[in-house]
Every structure is written in structure tokens, then in C-alpha cells.
Design a protein around this ligand. Structure first.
Ligand code: SF4
Length: 364
């Protein structure tokens, strides 16, 4: 149990009590038929965002879920408590842009206070962080990933269709100064967009104790630019560029997702490369996704849907929810390629599926 340092407002935050199942407290962990154990949940708490990134959604946005379909504070904390019973230890709040949800501090505090949860993380575009940085840390946040694809104001505007590069850069520094245990900068590296900023981003790790993570571009852009085929830069290409820039670079410790991770000797931070499209990390997959409207996704590339919200709102028990998670992961494919193939084969008319073309609909 994480020490819950402070409640942010005087509304007591107590994790929902989960009645022990017939087999008592400890339940078998969540695994798939390939023996992988899933102990990390990414929960999207909104599909809305205050940016319009070209690799995610168009200016006019996408088909956002009706507000009544978005999982509530209590439902989100119940999902976390139920998952903790089957071995989930790490929670990441994502979106859309999670900092637009007013109850974010309460969600973080509730997750941090949930028995079994060891780490609570946030992925944000950083634009609003200065309004809540201290509160989120006090609530028990143990790590923050801030998305920033360019350090150049004009290019930032071109990629996100909004201004704000200085605010994000200042908020990264704010997170460091506030003492966030882990600060990471997510950079979607795209040819013809920001590829030439690779060196600038790597140099940022010289004096800043952050992990700069270069993420491969993925086809969840609501059919905007992926189709042009010009912008994909592979993890292999990125790694080779980094090694050519820093021949003395060495390996460094990182998470399962940080498939390639390095450190330039004597520098404060680390550099990682994530093959999110190449999908060479699937053998180590440990992640569960829950969408903002309460659907379980057993893989980023699968359109298969398991409606948790329906079970909760129909008065389903915690065991019913656990059964749905077990079903979802019993049906998980061996990797992201197979997931995509199975979904394509089933076709979008299959009612168990819902194709979500934008990352904001899936959950970053
Ligand atoms: S592509 Fe699917 S299986 Fe592979 S790491 Fe991502 S979520 Fe896991």
C-alpha cells in the first residue's frame, strides 16, 4: 500500500471495499494462454483533449463518447480495486488528455490507496500541469510521462494545431523541480516532421534527469497522415541514429516497454526507443487497456471489445468483472500483428468489435 500523503480536498477517499471471493483474498493473477502475466493497467479517463495532434485526430475532433458513457470516479476506482485482486500493481491514467478531468487528484489518491497498487502514473500533454503539479504529487503520483514532439514553437503548432511549446517545456522543468520520482518525455518521431530534432531531444538528457522516449508512429490517426506512408521512422533506424551520435552510449535500466534504453555516460537522463508499431515487444506484454467508456481491450491493435461498463451498471459483481477480464485475456492473440489480423478478418460489422481509428478513442 502506497502511503497516501494527503487528501486534496476534505472528501475522504477510501478505496472501495471488495468482498473477498469464495477463494479468499488471493486470486490467480491475470494471464493469457501464452503464460504472460498482466499486472499493468492503462485506464483512459476521457476521450477528449485540448490538442489536435495530426497523428491522432483531425481539427474537428472524432466521434467522442456521450458523457453518460464515460466511466465515473467510483467506477474507475472499482475497476482498479478489482484488478488489484488479480495481481495488477501499476496503474496509468491516460486519455484523451486526463488533466481535463476535475477528479484526477481524487482518482490518483484512490488508486494510490488501493491495496496491492505499487505505482500510479500519468500520461499527459503537460499543458495544464502547472495548475495541479503539486496536488497530483501529494495525491500519490509516482511517475509522469509528458508528450512533446517538438521543441520548436512553429513546428509544435503544426503537429498539435495549438500553441504551447513553452508551457510544456516549463512544466517538464516544474515536474522535475517538484520532485516527481519519474519524469519521462514521450516523442512520437516522424519522418518529414520532427526527425531532425532527435539530437536536440537526446541532448536534453544531458542536464535533465528525464527519460526521453522516442515512440514509433502508429496507425491510430483517424486516417489522416498514416496512409501517406511517408512518415514512419522505425525503432531500428532511430536506435542506429542514436548510436552514431553517441558511440560511447551504454545500456541503462528501463521498463518492459522501453525495449531499447541507453544512457550517455555522465549525463543526467536516459534515452529510450519504443517499437510501438514494429511490435517487437509483444513477448513481454503486460498491459491491460480500459477505454474511457469502460471497454477492456486486450491489445492496442485489437478491435475486440469487452464491455465492463455494462456489467457494472447492470449491478454485476466483482467476480463478474474478473470473469470478463479473464475472458478478454484468454482470447488475447500472441502479438499485435495477430490481433490486427484477427480483427480485420472478423470485419467491422462484427458486433463484438468496435474499430476506433484515433488514439484518443482507444486510450494513449
Ligand atoms: S501490440 Fe498488443 S500485444 Fe504487443 S505490446 Fe502492444 S498491446 Fe501488447
Amino acid at each position: 500500500m502506497l502511503q497516501n500523503k494527503a487528501h486534496l480536498d476534505d472528501t475522504p477517499v477510501t478505496p472501495p471495499t471488495v468482498a473477498p471471493t469464495a477463494s479468499g483474498l488471493s486470486l490467480p493473477p491475470l494471464q493469457d494462454k501464452f503464460g504472460r502475466t498482466f499486472d499493468y493497467v492503462r485506464i483512459a479517463i476521457t476521450d477528449r483533449c485540448n490538442l489536435r495532434c495530426t497523428y491522432c485526430m483531425p481539427e474537428e475532433g472524432v466521434e467522442f463518447g456521450h458523457k453518460d458513457t464515460i466511466i465515473t470516479t467510483a467506477e474507475t476506482l472499482r475497476i482498479i480495486a478489482v484488478l488489484a485482486k488479480i495481481g495488477i500493481k501499476k496503474v496509468r491514467f491516460t486519455g484523451g488528455e486526463p488533466t481535463i478531468r476535475k477528479d484526477l487528484p481524487q482518482l490518483i489518491a484512490g488508486a494510490a490507496a488501493t491495496p496491492g497498487i505499487k505505482g500510479v502514473h500519468l500520461t499527459t500533454n503537460g499543458l495544464l500541469l502547472h495548475r495541479m503539479a503539486k496536488d497530483l504529487l501529494a495525491a500519490g503520483l509516482t511517475g509522469i510521462n509528458i508528450s512533446l514532439d517538438s521543441m520548436d514553437a512553429d513546428r509544435f503548432m503544426r503537429i498539435t494545431r495549438r500553441p504551447g511549446v513553452e508551457t510544456v517545456l516549463n512544466n517538464i522543468q516544474l515536474a522535475l523541480d517538484a520532485g516527481y520520482p519519474r519524469v519521462k518525455v514521450n516523442v512520437v518521431l516522424m519522418r518529414g516532421f520532427n526527425e531532425d530534432e532527435l539530437e536536440k531531444f537526446t541532448c536534453y538528457t544531458k542536464d535533465h534527469a528525464v527519460t526521453v522516449r522516442f515512440i514509433e508512429f502508429m496507425p491510430f490517426d483517424a486516417d489522416q497522415i498514416w496512409g501517406t506512408g511517408d512518415h514512419f521512422a522505425s525503432a531500428e533506424t532511430i536506435v542506429n541514429k542514436i548510436k552514431s551520435l553517441y558511440p560511447n552510449i551504454g545500456p541503462a535500466p528501463g521498463t518492459r516497454t522501453e525495449h531499447h534504453i541507453f544512457k550517455v555516460p555522465g549525463w543526467a537522463g536516459k534515452i529510450a526507443v519504443i517499437p510501438a508499431f514494429t511490435r517487437s515487444l509483444c513477448g513481454n506484454c503486460s498491459r491491460i487497456r480500459v477505454t474511457a467508456d469502460g471497454s477492456i481491450r486486450n491489445c492496442l491493435y485489437s478491435d475486440e471489445q469487452y464491455n465492463l461498463r455494462q456489467i457494472m451498471r447492470a449491478g454485476g459483481s466483482d467476480d463478474d468483472m474478473i470473469a470478463l477480464f479473464r475472458k478478454a485475456f484468454a482470447e488475447k492473440a500472441i502479438d499485435g500483428y495477430e490481433s490486427k489480423k484477427l480483427s480485420d478478418a472478423k470485419g467491422i460489422l462484427d458486433t463484438t468489435q468496435q474499430h476506433r481509428g484515433s488514439m484518443t478513442q482507444i486510450g494513449g
